[in-house]
Write a protein that binds this ligand. Structure first.
Ligand code: FMN
Length: 178
C-alpha cells in the first residue's frame, strides 16, 4: 500500500509529526503488503496559494511552478493519503490550506476519487472538530474514502502520544487498513 503523509506543521518534533510517525510505525509493523511511505511537510516547502487563474480546468494541471506538483504526482500514485494539521484558530494551518486549495487542479476530473484518506488535527485545548470538518470537506469534494480521523490534544510539544486513547485510536485505524 503506497502511502503519502502530508504535514501542515512547521514545528520540529511537534504533535502532528508525532502522530504521523506513530502511523508510520504501526503501518510498518502491521506488515501491510507493499507498504511504502513518503512524508512531506508543506509548511517547510514552497507552496503558493491558489491564484484562481482556472487554467487547471483546461490543462488538468496546476500552472504555478513550485513544490506542489511534486506532491500531487506522489499523491496520484498513492493508495492512502494521511493529512495532518495543527489547529490554528480552530482550523487547519495556512500552509495546509494553501496545499488543499491547490488540489483544485486534481478536482475537475476527480483524480483522487476512491483514494483512502486519514485526517489528523492536533490542538492544545479545543478546535479539532472544526479543523477536521475543513479536511472532511476537502476529502468529500474529491470523493475520497475517509477511513479514520484522529483528534490529538497536547499543550506540550510532541507529547500528544502520552494520551493512550490517541494511540489506541491510531491502532484501530491501522488494523482496518489490513
Ligand atoms: C497560530 C496558532 C493558533 C493556534 N490556535 C489554537 C486553537 O484555536 N486551539 C487550540 O487548542 N490550540 C491552538 N494552537 C495550539 C496548537 O494547535 C497546538 O500547540 C498543537 O499541538 C500544535 O501542533 P504541532 O506541534 O504539530 O505544531 C494554536 C497555535 C498557533 C501557533
Amino acid at each position: 500500500m503506497k502511502t503519502i503523509m502530508i504535514c501542515g506543521s512547521r514545528r520540529n518534533n511537534g504533535n502532528t509529526n508525532a502522530i504521523l510517525k506513530e502511523f508510520d510505525k504501526q503501518l510498518s509493523s502491521e506488515k501491510i503488503p507493499g507498504y511504502k511511505n513518503k512524508c512531506y511537510n508543506v509548511a517547510r516547502m514552497n507552496i503558493h496559494p491558489c491564484k484562481s487563474c482556472l487554467s487547471c480546468a483546461k490543462k488538468d494541471k496546476c500552472v504555478v511552478r513550485d513544490d506542489f506538483q511534486k506532491i500531487a504526482d506522489k499523491m496520484l500514485k498513492s493508495d492512502l493519503i494521511i493529512l495532518g494539521s495543527p489547529v490554528y484558530f480552530s482550523d487547519v494551518s495556512a500552509s495546509l490550506k494553501a496545499f488543499i486549495d491547490r488540489t483544485f487542479s486534481l478536482w475537475h476530473k476527480k483524480m483522487l476519487k476512491g483514494k483512502k484518506v486519514i485526517l489528523i488535527a492536533t490542538c492544545a485545548e479545543s478546535g479539532t472538530g472544526h479543523t477536521i470538518d475543513t479536511m472532511r470537506h476537502f476529502a468529500r469534494e474529491h470523493e475520497m474514502d475517509i477511513i479514520g480521523t484522529i483528534e490529538g490534544i497536547s499543550e506540550e510539544k510532541g507529547k500528544v502520544l502520552k494520551n493512550e486513547m490517541t494511540v489506541k485510536a491510531i491502532q484501530d485505524i491501522v488494523r482496518s487498513c489490513n
